[in-house]
Design a protein around this ligand. Structure first.
Ligand SMILES: [Fe+2]
Length: 322
């Protein structure tokens, strides 16, 4: 997520609250998300509010770890934590006087899936029947997702009408949950890695690298190649077969995976102006940022990838020379 839009989002949340005479006190993730990148820690930092998660969460950026039976104070209001493992091991619901925030444990007419890492259908059944449905049946259900903007219904209504609960017993429930055969969400491992570790998504790495380097346009490089001006050393960081098939005339080949190991051999003088390119313009951005860190202070990346170079009708050559 980019810094600007994130801050704008934090400000929008703060403004939405302020318009109602409220202030944001906590950023609570009901569980570790596998299907999207959580902005909780960034927004919490922007707003100066603590991140709250269940203590089973592996995330190192949690300021306030809570567990079953704990309450958070919001003025005179109390938010009571009910640990409801099942969708994930660290899932929790939050009980208020008239409603319950159910995260992905109980959705309106559905349930959170149990087939992603730390998910467990048996645990979800137990959480629902022993904990959630033990609460006041008149509580309104406010789930973590409500894609169809369905009006909130009560726990009692969900218990009676939720099609996922229309099974005779726990064993049938577990069988049905494992038969759902849902598609794996995109980026599942990357989202889990960043949400559980506080590390950066790949898009953020590339964004950060892009701010640490300068770029050369395809038009500018093309002019230089066509005029045979040699102020830049062009480095193709793709794999060997891609380079052999076709590359920018005059480019040498150093695959990204060996860049740090081989670059000194090719360029003993760190004042050399090295330009990197790859297929799409992303790996070359990371590569140029690495070169800058290594002391190649004028390293730059092509603004675009070899794919764009070819599409622009710029000249290419082939062969495996390096
Ligand atoms: Fe979820």
């Amino acid at each position: 997520m980019r810094g600007g839009s994130r801050r704008a989002r934090a400000e929008r949340y703060a403004a939405t609250a302020a318009a109602r005479g409220l202030a944001i006190q906590y950023l609570i993730d009901t569980h570790t998300h596998a299907d999207h990148f959580s902005a909780t820690r960034h927004i919490a930092r922007d707003l100066g509010a603590p991140v709250v998660m269940h203590r089973a969460s592996p995330a190192p950026f949690v300021d306030l770890a809570v567990q079953d039976g704990d309450s958070l104070a919001l003025g005179t209001l109390r938010l009571r934590v009910v640990h409801t493992p099942g969708h994930t091991a660290d899932s929790m619901c939050l009980v208020l006087p008239d409603r319950v925030l159910t995260g992905d444990t109980l959705l309106l007419g559905s349930l959170g899936r149990t087939d992603l890492p730390t998910g467990n259908a048996e645990a979800l059944w137990d959480s629902l029947h022993e904990h959630l449905f033990a609460l006041d049946p008149a509580l309104l259900v406010h789930p973590g997702h409500n894609y169809k903007s369905a009006p909130p219904t009560t726990l009692a209504e969900q218990r009676a009408t939720n099609p996922r609960l229309a099974v005779p017993d726990r064993a049938a429930f577990v069988a049905e949950m494992s038969a759902r055969n849902l598609e794996l969400p995109r980026h599942v491992t990357e989202a889990l890695r960043t949400n559980a570790s506080g590390g950066k998504p790949v898009s953020q790495l590339i964004h950060d690298a892009a701010r640490a380097i300068a770029f050369m346009s395809i038009g500018e490089l093309r002019r230089r190649v066509e005029e045979r001006r040699s102020e830049v050393a062009i480095v193709d960081v793709r794999e060997a077969d891609a380079f052999a098939a076709s590359h920018v005339p005059g480019a040498i080949h150093i695959p990204r995976g060996q860049l740090e190991l081989l670059v000194d051999r090719h360029f003993p003088d760190p004042a050399t102006r090295v330009l990197t390119y790859c297929e799409f313009g992303k790996i070359s951005t990371l590569a140029a940022a690495t070169l800058r860190q290594m002391g190649f202070a004028s390293a730059i990346a092509l603004d675009g990838g070899f794919r764009d170079w070819v599409a622009a009708g710029a000249p290419v050559e082939s062969g495996a020379k390096t």
